[in-house]
Design a binder for this molecule. Structure first.
Ligand code: UD1
Ligand code: CA
Length: 454
């Protein structure tokens, strides 16, 4: 039987932020969400989140997670004090308690699983995760006796100069035998530099306590300030990009590319420099994205190219070329082998196959058939100041340059709209529409007007 507790009550003073530290985003997820996800291989009986500073905000940010129990720590008197708040909640619980600091976002699920297995195999009173850091500054130092049993953890600010030289640090991730921990928790003292009740002090009163070293020390980096947040982002990005390159994706100048860990890519995708892929994005094989593009929450099927463009919440089908400088948004769906480019905005547009919207257009709330050609500068006037209205355009219809389609409006199939037209009424199939004033030419006009003024 296992319960999980995540410590998320602190403000995170060193972040210099109104937002509680654990709510800061690291890519697509917040710090505390990442800590929760690092426990995915454990099947806990209960998941408890200790909240305090801006408790409601932390709770709201975790609304999407089921079966979490929130425990309030109204005053933040230290990590030990935080875990003391569990005493009434976990009365009668007899299993192990996995405790994780809410600011350690890079842990791998496998690491947590192994820690718990080790703890249970040795029937320890406590087992904690440790690492040997090249630069241990800021972390609690872990001390063991000759039999590799843990004797004490000393916070850096309480360390002597000699103790500071120890580079084995406490990751802030622990397994406790709950009954044994519960017996010592009430006895914690706050006689340290910060006058806080330290969870780490419980190890002195517990026996046996062992430490497990993590293989990759980057996993246990704790986030206390913005610089560490940026560093963690870098590490996360490196992990994600390495994995995609291994899976057959080409990244050109990977340092200039960011890919959130919610993105899925197929082999033989090519990502060019300065490109950012976010959210629930899926990109099919043969696609070439970038340079200079942002794709979020979108699905690009196969062999799509996106050049210097922004695609959000949209679907683009096989072989379509997007850009340069296009903006697709609001549940737009573009069919196969289309061309969308050069300062074109598509909003909530459904576009058939082999249709082109190639230059300087706004197409919003519109449904276009197959092989439509939208002339340069065509605009759907979809908004009357109060409501949005739809536009429908049939197969093979062509709009002339600078036409305005005043919605709601339906153009049939094989319609031709003359350049510069303002179309306000529906048009049946096979028509030519000229909706502009006729050109008037007055020969010799300049000479005549000069005669008048003389
Ligand atoms: C803690 C450990 C340190 C370890 C480091 C690893 C203690 C005393 N020290 O130090 O040994 O090396 O983590 O990252 O535990 N929190 C509460 N309530 C409180 C105080 C803190 O919920 O009253 C939460 C914070 O929100 C945070 C976590 O506990 O998520 C850790 O607190 P923090 O102040 O960052 O501890 P460190 O000084 O980093
Ligand atoms: Ca910390």
């Amino acid at each position: 039987m296992v319960a999980i507790a995540i410590l998320a009550a602190g403000r995170g003073t060193r972040m210099k932020s109104d937002l509680p530290k654990v709510c800061h985003q690291l890519g697509a997820l917040s710090l505390v969400e990442r800590v929760l996800n690092s426990c995915l291989l454990i099947q806990p009986l209960r998941r408890l989140i200790i909240v305090g500073y801006e408790a409601q905000r932390v709770k709201t940010s975790l609304q999407g997670y089921r079966d979490l129990e929130f425990v309030e720590q109204t005053e933040q008197l230290g990590t030990g004090h935080a875990v003391q708040q569990l005493l009434p909640k976990l009365e009668g619980f007899t299993g192990d308690l996995l405790v994780l600091n809410g600011d350690v976002p890079l842990l791998r699920p496998d690491t947590i699983k192994k820690l718990l297995e080790y703890h249970q195999a040795h029937q320890n009173a406590a087992t904690l995760l440790t690492a040997h850091l090249p630069n241990p500054q800021g972390y609690g130092r872990v001390f063991c006796d000759g039999n590799n049993l843990l004797t004490q953890i000393v916070e850096e600010r309480d360390c002597t100069a000699a103790q500071k030289k120890n580079r084995r640090i406490n990751a802030g991730v622990y397994c406790f035998n709950w009954s044994k921990l519960a017996a010592v928790l009430p006895k914690l003292q706050n006689n340290n530099d910060q006058k806080e009740y330290y969870l780490t002090d419980t190890v002195k009163a517990l026996d046996p306590v062992m430490a497990v070293d993590v293989g990759d020390y980057q996993e246990i980096l704790g986030i206390n300030d913005r610089k560490q947040l940026a560093k963690a982002y870098e590490i996360l990005q490196e992990r994600v990009k390495d994995a995609w390159m291994k899976a057959g994706v080409t990244l050109i100048n990977p340092d200039s590319i960011t890919i959130e860990d919610t993105v899925q890519l197929q082999p033989d995708v090519i990502i060019e420099p300065q490109t950012h892929l976010r959210g629930k994005t899926l990109i099919g094989s043969g696609c070439r994205i970038g340079p200079g593009s942002l794709v979020e929450n979108s699905q690009l099927e196969k062999n799509v190219t996106v050049l210097y463009s922004v695609v959000s919440d949209s679907v683009v089908k096989d072989g379509t070329r997007v850009g340069p400088y296009a903006h697709l948004r609001g549940q737009t769906v573009v069919g196969e082998s289309c061309r969308v480019g050069n300062f074109v905005e598509l909003k909530k547009a459904k576009i058939g196959d082999r249709t082109n919207v190639a230059h300087l257009s706004y197409i919003g709330d519109a449904t276009l058939g197959n092989q439509v050609n939208i002339g340069a500068g065509t605009i759907t006037a979809n908004y009357d100041g109060v409501n949005k209205h739809p536009t429908q355009i049939g197969d093979r219809t062509k709009t002339g340059s600078n036409s305005v389609l005043v919605a709601p409006i339906t153009l049939g199939k094989d319609v031709n709209i003359a350049a510069g037209s303002i179309v306000t009424e529906d048009v049946p199939d096979d028509c030519l529409v000229i909706a502009r004033s006729r050109q008037i030419v007055k020969p010799g006009w300049r000479l005549k007007s000069q005669e008048k003024s003389d």
